[in-house]
Design a protein around this ligand. Sequence first.
Ligand code: ADP
Ligand code: MG
Length: 250
Amino acid sequence: MLSINGVSKSFGGVHALRDVRMAIPAGVITSVIGPNGAGKSTLMNVISGYATPSAGEVHLDGARISGLPPHRICAMGLARSFQNLQMFVDMPAWEVVATGFYRHQRASLLADLLNLPSSRAEERTAEADARKLLQFLDLDPVWWQRRAGDLSYGLQRKLEIGRALATGPRLLLLDEPAAGLNTSETTALGQLFRKIIAMGVTLVLVEHDLDLVMAVSDSIYVLDAGTVIARGGGEEVRRDPLVMAAYLGL
Ligand code: ADP
Ligand code: MG
């Protein structure tokens, strides 16, 4: 579904990515792990159009997306969240999610995913659609009308995922979604990933929490110093000597 063909990215003298190649299939969870500074966020930026590769190309379902601006890539069905929370703190929680509907013409796709009635448009409001999505996210209704900034950090991260889902993506990139979450929030997030996959959205995760990565990933790529040093299933990657060296400095 997503193919990354020899992508490099330099910032001045810093080679953040060097000849990265990945083939990410539809319908599964693929994770990208690696130490701080490995180039994970840069890769997410290149895929989603927030950075232009210095070399190489990215294709989504065969169409070249590298070089396109983020809103075009999003309109083609690729949504993302950011490592650092980007929240409209003064909006009601439901409206933060609803901003995803307004940004693109893909809300009807999400309606299909969530089985919303789509025939009589006048009966469907952004608020009603947002409610369905908030239910899907398991966000307690007591929060729906509250100012987003009043929600806990963990719940704000949930809203951010909701906003990305509201654009009706086929592929969703999440950059360190578990950062700052407690253990029970992290477990719930893993369950949410499975629900997202079940509704037909493909997931790419950048994640630091290795227990979460091992629990949810179908396939894992390991980046170190801008290069893919290993790929495979959880056990394979965990035992890889290069991976142990990158993580433990052995
Ligand atoms: P990760 O997400 O794996 O921690 P990043 O992709 O954020 O890594 O960073 C990879 C490398 O690229 C780091 O050395 C970082 O300092 C550098 N880098 C990232 N973004 C920029 C930028 N906008 N300007 C200059 N250097 C950058
Ligand atoms: Mg990062």
